[in-house]
Design a protein around this ligand. Structure first.
Ligand code: 13P
Ligand code: 13P
Ligand code: MG
Ligand code: MG
Length: 369
């Protein structure tokens, strides 16, 4: 059976600024989507990570379906009006600028979609990130799909030995979608050269070179498409198929223990380590740190198993304790150096105004004769 997986991540408002959506808001969105499982959808699942709600839908309507778009927009609108009634902060944050045109792709909400020819024991993961950009997936996904130090399946499984194809997008290219396909293992240096720059390049999809099947779909999209700002589309979602010709669940999630510094912390202008957290975790310290949750699912004829909460395991408590120290450590240096993002990626007018005002007060001193 061919099943479409549509995962969307949307910020419709939160309590405490950008900390967490309220229970009533999540329930309103869930009720709206669940209502459609009798008609347009086969199954669905709704939860939150930080201040963003993740909606996963299974259906048979294919990619970019207008029917599914309507289902989701209905849920977004109901959620936004619930957020407004409750007095939440940033009501309809991700749909406000998008207007009610019904478009999803390329606007505020983050969308990852793939059509799956269901294997007899289909298995996949949903990753949701808050307070970071799509490029935050670059390092863990590269390590899971291209590095045998992290993914032993690349040398143990004959099919995985043929490697994976990564489609990487130049998210700052304004006019069109600009992408490059690179093959692991022969292109791994080229991959590293691009993926090191999380603000400009982000993995959009990954395919198995042995079966041609798609392994990863991420909500990576052009920045300029969204709100006319350099940092427009944050807080991504990704679908990752696992097992058989793909890395195992453990091989995909293990690289997340690194907790690399990513951009998007506090006002989208700071760097913080990406901390793996259980499902339905809020942010707190300095509106962060950046967090990632992971839900594992089985799938049969479009029906989802209840999810397994991957980062809820006790080992991740140890990782979190280390990453909490890493978070506090970089915060000690406040605005200085690498704690804050480079000027080019900061979209707050305040800093730009300060620099413009000060520019007039600079004086050119002539060197002594
Ligand atoms: P399968 O061979 O069943 O996919 O399992 C491999 C695995 O997950 C080892 O960690
Ligand atoms: P979100 O992008 O998660 O809404 O966070 C906004 C912010 O700047 C928090 O500091
Ligand atoms: Mg928000
Ligand atoms: Mg968010």
């Amino acid at each position: 059976m061919k099943t479409t997986l549509t995962a969307v991540r949307v910020d419709l408002g939160a309590v405490g600024g950008h900390l967490q959506p309220s229970e009533q808001l999540v329930s309103a969105v869930r009720a709206s989507v669940e209502e459609k499982t009798d008609s347009f959808l086969i199954d669905c699942w709704v939860n939150f990570t930080g201040d963003d709600i993740t909606i996963l839908c299974t259906h048979e309507n294919g990619l970019d379906s207008p029917k599914i778009r309507d289902v989701l927009w209905d849920a977004f609108e109901k959620g936004a009006s619930t957020a407004s009634e409750l007095g939440l902060y940033g009501v309809g944050q991700d749909i406000r600028d998008a207007g009610m045109t019904g478009a999803i792709k390329g606007l505020g909400p983050a969308l990852a979609e793939m059509i799956v020819e269901e294997r007899p024991n289909e298995a996949f993961l949903i990753f949701s990130i808050d307070k970071a950009l799509p490029g935050a997936f670059n390092l863990p996904f590269y390590l899971a799909f291209a590095d045998p130090m992290h993914c032993p399946g690349l040398i143990l499984s004959p099919r995985m030995r043929q490697g994976f194809r990564l489609v990487i997008m130049d998210v700052l290219y304004k006019e069109y979608d600009r992408e490059i396909e690179l093959n692991a293992p022969e292109d791994i240096y080229n991959m590293a050269a691009l993926l090191r720059d999380q603000n400009r390049y982000a993995i959009r999809r990954i395919e198995s070179r042995s079966t041609g099947e798609q392994a990863v779909a991420s909500s990576t999209a052009r920045m300029s498409n969204i709100a006319g700002k350099i940092i427009g589309k944050d807080d991504p979602v990704a679908i990752v198929r696992i097992q058989d010709a793909f890395p195992s669940a453990g091989e995909v999630v293990a690289p997340f223990q690194i907790g690399p510094y990513v951009g998007g912390f506090m006002r989208g202008c700071h760097h913080g380590p990406l901390m793996p957290v259980p499902l339905n975790t809020k942010v707190s310290f300095f509106d962060g740190p950046p967090i990632v949750s992971c839900a594992a699912f089985g799938l049969r004829e479009g029906r989802l198993t209840p999810p397994v909460d991957v980062f809820e395991h006790p080992l991740w408590d140890h990782v979190r304790a280390r990453l909490a120290e890493k978070t506090v450590e970089i915060r000690r240096q406040g605005f200085f150096g690498n704690a804050m993002q480079p000027f080019e990626t900061i979209h707050y007018g305040g800093l730009i105004n300060i620099l413009r005002d000060l520019d007039e007060r600079f004086e050119i001193r002539h060197p002594p004769d």
